[in-house]
Ligand binder design. Structure first.
Ligand code: GDP
Length: 367
């Protein structure tokens, strides 16, 4: 469903398909509906629901993914009408983050975001669960331990309580881990090691660029969200100054608010940097939109006040006319290709020229 133009919707849908493939799904078909507002009951209108059901039957699809965030009741209603699982963009993105989180802190943050997404939807979830376990949720019966058996509402209350306890525990753990992180960060600041944060839309080439600039072996994947945890590398400028380069989490349009919250502490590292290198995929159909989306997130964590160096990557693959347009729009941007190495030396020089010069102690030498 979209209230925007069909081209916007097509781009967004193509990205949704890429996200779904990243999550391990095989994408069969896309349907777009234009209307000024989503349908209150089923997200898409009645005619579109019929069309969708027909598409599901003819393709044999087992899941429908909607481009947006559905309310718990919209999700349930739509599932009842089309008889297959319905997933929204938020759940899909949460799922990918869960698959890719590597660090202990990243994993805890994703689990927290997933639980927060789950709580208001718990009714549907509880029902699904009781269906699987043979209806023990409603009206007692088999399954469930002592004190857990009972009517659905009691079970629901128990589930809610369990999840709330888990949420509280995760929050405590995350706070403890962020204290350690802050201490490390403060240490870096005391040592006055200048830091550069590489930010940019997911798949723009941040990991590739970090590898090019430092020769480090960071995982590069042609999939959305390869990067979920910050990777920091130390490197040396030509004049011998040491500085750090960090690759930050993937940014994506409509990043679920649960995740912005969850990754706030990771993203806040960006706000501490001396320079933000904002990488844009020049070969993408709409680089300007990606820049807008990334700047929105940067502003949310207070990193919009930092000096920003715009880097248009994939210059090897971008059409000439796009490159010309972007050069006009962003005269100060640096055009590079992390793949071919084109423009990388110039980029390194510009980064180094923008780093703060360390305070130098002057000692008078008397002969
Ligand atoms: P990240 O998500 O921003 O960290 O992006 P990655 O560094 O993982 O790169 C995403 C994909 O773009 C990978 O398939 C890279 O090989 C590809 N890529 C990165 N830089 C370039 C480039 O300069 N030119 C081309 N053609 N592809 C690139």
């Amino acid at each position: 469903w979209t209230s925007g133009t069909v081209v916007d919707a097509e781009n967004s849908l193509a990205e949704l398909a890429a996200l779904a493939e990243t999550a391990g799904s095989q994408v069969l078909e896309g349907l777009i509906q234009r209307r000024s507002q989503p349908d209150a009951a089923t997200f898409i209108g009645r005619g579109k629901v019929d069309e969708l059901r027909a598409a599901v039957e003819s393709t044999g699809a087992d899941t429908v993914i909607c481009d947006g965030e559905l309310s718990p009741s919209q999700l349930r209603n739509l599932e009842q009408k089309i008889k297959v699982k319905v997933v929204d963009r938020t759940a899909l993105i949460l799922d990918i983050f869960a698959q890719h989180a590597k660090s202990k802190e990243g994993k805890a943050q994703v689990e927290l975001a997933q639980l927060q997404y789950l709580v208001p939807r718990l009714r549907g979830w509880g029902e699904a669960l009781s269906r699987q376990t043979g209806g023990s949720g409603r009206g007692g019966g088999a399954g469930g331990g002592v004190g857990l058996r009972g009517p659905g509402e009691t079970k629901l209350e128990t589930d809610r309580r369990r999840i709330r306890t888990r949420i509280a525990k995760l929050k405590r753990e995350i706070t403890a881990m962020s204290v350690i992180r802050d201490t490390k960060r403060a240490g870096r600041r005391r040592n006055t090691v200048p830091s550069v944060a590489i930010a940019g839309y997911t798949n723009a080439g941040k990991s590739s660029l970090l590898n090019r600039l430092t020769g480090a072996g960071v995982l590069v994947e042609d999939a959305l969200f390869a990067t979920l945890d910050t990777a920091t590398r130390r490197t040396e400028a030509r004049d011998g100054r040491v500085y750090t380069l960090s690759d930050t989490v993937g940014f994506v349009r409509h990043l679920p608010h649960q995740l912005v919250e969850a990754f706030r502490s990771t993203l806040e590292e960006v706000a501490d940097a001396d320079l933000v290198v904002h990488v844009v995929d020049g070969a993408h159909p709409d680089p300007e939109e990606q820049v807008r989306a990334v700047r929105e997130v940067l502003a949310e964590v207070g990193a919009d006040r930092l000096p920003e160096l715009l880097v248009v990557n994939k210059a090897d693959a971008a059409p000439q006319e796009t490159l010309l347009r972007l050069k006009r729009e962003w005269p100060d941007a640096v055009f590079v290709s992390a793949r071919s190495g084109q423009g990388i030396e110039e980029l390194r020089d510009i980064i180094e020229s923008k780093l703060p010069v360390p305070a130098v102690e002057i000692v008078a030498c008397v002969p």
